[in-house]
Design a protein around this ligand. Sequence first.
Ligand SMILES: *[C@@H]1O[C@H](CO)[C@@H](O)[C@H](O)[C@H]1NC(C)=O
Ligand SMILES: *[C@@H]1O[C@H](CO)[C@@H](O)[C@H](O)[C@H]1NC(C)=O
Ligand SMILES: *[C@@H]1O[C@H](CO)[C@@H](O)[C@H](O)[C@H]1NC(C)=O
Ligand SMILES: *[C@@H]1O[C@H](CO)[C@@H](O)[C@H](O)[C@H]1NC(C)=O
Ligand SMILES: *[C@@H]1O[C@H](CO)[C@@H](O)[C@H](O)[C@H]1NC(C)=O
Ligand SMILES: *[C@@H]1O[C@H](CO)[C@@H](O)[C@H](O)[C@H]1NC(C)=O
Ligand SMILES: *[C@@H]1O[C@H](CO)[C@@H](O)[C@H](O)[C@H]1NC(C)=O
Ligand SMILES: *[C@@H]1O[C@H](CO)[C@@H](O)[C@H](O)[C@H]1NC(C)=O
Ligand SMILES: CC(=O)N[C@H]1CO[C@H](CO)[C@@H](O)[C@@H]1O
Length: 826
Amino acid sequence: MRTYTTLLALGSISAVSAAVDLSSIKRVSSANVVPGAYIVELDKPNALGRRSVVTAHSALYRSLNERGASWDLRREYDADDIFTGVSLKVKSDKDLMALAQVPHVKSIKPVFLHPRPEPVTFYQPTGKNDPKLPPDTFSTHVMTGVDKLHAEGYTGKGIKVAVIDTGIDYLHPALGGGYGGGFKVSHGYDFVGDDYTGANTPTPDEDPMDCGGHGTHVAGIIGANLDTNYNFTGAAPGALLGGYRVFGCEGSVSDEVLIDALCRAYKDGNDVLSLSLGGPQGWTSTATAVVASRIAAKGRIVSIAAGNEGEFGSWYASSPGSGVDVISVASVENTNTIVQTINLSNGHQPITYNSFLPLKVAGSLPIYAASTDTNIADDACNPLPDTTPDLGGYIVVIRRGTCSFINKLANVSAKGAKVALIYDNKDQSLSGIDVGNYTAALISQADGKYLVGEFAAKSDLKVSFPQTGGSKNVPSSEGGLMSTFSTFGPTNDMFFKPSVAAPGGNILSTYPRDKGSYAVLSGTSMATPFLSGSAALLLEALGKSKSIYLGARTRFQTTSSAVSSSHTDKDPLQTLAQQGSGLINAYKAVHATTFVTPGELRLNDTAHSKLDHTIYVENKSKKMQTYKISHVPAGTALTMKDNEAIPSPVPLDKTAATLTFSLSSIQVPPGLKIPIIVSIKPPTGLDPKSFPVYSGFIRIASDMDDMKVSYLGVAASLKDMKVIDGGSSFFGVQTPALLDKDGNIQEGPANYTLQGEDFPVLLYRLTAGTAALHFDLLNPANFVNGTVIPNGSYKLLLRALKITGNPKKNEDYEQWLSPQVNFARP
Ligand SMILES: *[C@@H]1O[C@H](CO)[C@@H](O)[C@H](O)[C@H]1NC(C)=O
Ligand SMILES: *[C@@H]1O[C@H](CO)[C@@H](O)[C@H](O)[C@H]1NC(C)=O
Ligand SMILES: *[C@@H]1O[C@H](CO)[C@@H](O)[C@H](O)[C@H]1NC(C)=O
Ligand SMILES: *[C@@H]1O[C@H](CO)[C@@H](O)[C@H](O)[C@H]1NC(C)=O
Ligand SMILES: *[C@@H]1O[C@H](CO)[C@@H](O)[C@H](O)[C@H]1NC(C)=O
Ligand SMILES: *[C@@H]1O[C@H](CO)[C@@H](O)[C@H](O)[C@H]1NC(C)=O
Ligand SMILES: *[C@@H]1O[C@H](CO)[C@@H](O)[C@H](O)[C@H]1NC(C)=O
Ligand SMILES: *[C@@H]1O[C@H](CO)[C@@H](O)[C@H](O)[C@H]1NC(C)=O
Ligand SMILES: CC(=O)N[C@H]1CO[C@H](CO)[C@@H](O)[C@@H]1O
């Protein structure tokens, strides 16, 4: 994970933009973990010897007591062959050392907190005739072939789907109107209670009623019955839902609760586990990701959100979706969207703007252009001149560019403006923009120029914002493309994440009755249950045998549709680091008569490359099939520049890998399985410092089936990726650095009393993931015993293990040694 934190075990900030005010750095920790708490995995009792009747747990407690350790037990896990261990809180670092020395401790991992999933956009319809509703509420089913499976009678009957989320409003009529045996929401558990925030003690109960809304929306996408108000259904309306509630009414959830929920959902016999949650962590090895993956490997379908952090660029995979065997789900935009219109008094055709709801503006108002120059680069980026009239009675028109929308809006609102239209500075499709709490929207460049022209000509044009009847259902300009918010992988250990994509942008579903009953939300949180519902259809159609569970991801991957990077001809396919294997096609996943394995080829980096693979093509039809083998490359993602991840949009290069196949065409008789050997040569000529992630598909097409195998690798050695920010562009000062109590950079040696605020703060930032980060206090003369730092002279050593580095090799760490600090405690 790239983090934006500073700390000397004490100080920390979090920030996401450049030029941080150093004095704003808070001298407290904001790390997203439960302090002192760890999830400890234990070897199973039989590893302790047959003669022993002690459990792994009691042996741990005895061993800790023998070592004189102080600790509080938080949770015990004893889930068959999935996870045996505990969550406990140690009193001090010395106790942590004691824990690490217990022989049957397999791993110790921090307890991360996962923020509650927030939709990227939210809209609540006013009624069934609300013209703002997505036009065809089944468009997502049409995009993915789910409509065709419904037409064949598949509804997910006999399949149990666990919704691990904020709970479910099971009293919603479309969700069955009840809870327990005989109802759609037939089972579940509340692990936390209403008051749980992630920081306090959960109070579990039996009732998984939702108090957030998110889980009810997710549940509807999976399994809503035909809703007669809005005429939509879930992907698997015949499935039984389990409500596993892991969030209180506010706040986060910890790994320890999630592991409990995963184990319980597994034990309860759910066929599909759906988790619309997670947070950027970048590795496959986090505690929850490992447990989720083990459950999948036992023969369950585990579907987890890929994350909504697309803006941060590549190498940002979300956990627990990062688990090796889980299906990590990316989001594709719905094919349709809603725009609103502005009415012009002069009879000119209405102007469209991107919004679900009309801007709340009454009456007809004249316009005011912040500048009459329609090429101005920095319109309203500075306070408006004193000659500006009171803008309260105008619709203010501003050109996009240079500073943020909110800065522009702040500057016009300082002159009294209440409503503004921002026109684009190039010809492109309308998108939603961040206007904070201002009343404003984006219009096209052409419409903006027209309005500014009218203003300059001093016409008496007035505009109005129809509150009803002004909306239009239009094909979404982004429809069928990846949602810009959808997180980019791959993982730091080069696993293929996300796995596939499903519709998640602009989705109508159920919402708690006391919150309006329906909502249109966007996020990978919405794509995930779509995949879960589709998985229920697949299990119903193909049967619940272990091979179907274990092969489900491969079936979805090999039958999905590649997603382009734009609607412009000749633009490359989007990198598989964002789309995974592409938009699922549930119908093809069920009905393909060919089975191709594996679904994904993980090529790793240049230092660990695995470039030769065998693909098996199996004909499950009743006739001979002839397949043509071909290569369909995606754009090569240039992921880094000047040691920083390039934020979205991640640039794509058309330089692709070269693939050779042992056969370019094969005939496969019915029932036979034929191998094809693929050799991949990574793209050449690209700057390895850009860490080019290359990817694409091997297409295996007959006249009956069109299958594909995805591949992904990086044309650089990940050990060369800089982990510690050694530049000055983020903080405005060279880092790492020590800051004194006044926030000044410490240049030479300095004295500290370690009283009050008088301690050094280490300012650092990670630009890439690291599997091990160490802070050591060096002093040749003194012995530091872990609790009290004696008077003396020290240096601080910061070490971060390079990606793929060997933790035992000193040269595999990036290091920084601080100036001297002298501690003299009065
Ligand atoms: C509901 O949607 C279905 C499928 O798109 C359509 O055939 C039907 O006409 C719709 N019904 C109403 C009342 O809109
Ligand atoms: C838009 O303006 C025209 C006059 O230009 C008027 O006839 C029409 O009713 C208006 N429409 C709405 C929805 O306000
Ligand atoms: C005007 O915009 C600038 C950014 O270009 C911003 O710094 C300033 O705060 C804005 N003025 C107001 C009053 O918000
Ligand atoms: C709008 O947001 C700004 C910045 O967050 C805040 O200062 C202001 O009070 C808000 N105004 C309203 C009306 O909520
Ligand atoms: C890539 O190589 C590294 C270093 O050997 C390894 O840790 C990692 O698991 C490999 N990734 C995959 C997907 O095989
Ligand atoms: C630190 O304290 C010592 C002893 O009081 C003093 O001699 C020295 O000048 C101080 N160093 C700095 C950098 O202030
Ligand atoms: C560490 O040293 C300090 C000061 O000498 C002492 O008070 C403390 O008890 C020691 N702690 C341990 C764990 O040995
Ligand atoms: C640490 O140094 C300060 C300042 O020189 C002194 O007052 C104090 O007694 C010292 N503490 C110890 C434990 O030596
Ligand atoms: C006609 C025929 O042999 N069909 C075979 C296709 O492949 C499946 C599975 O490999 C066999 O079960 C069918 O018998």
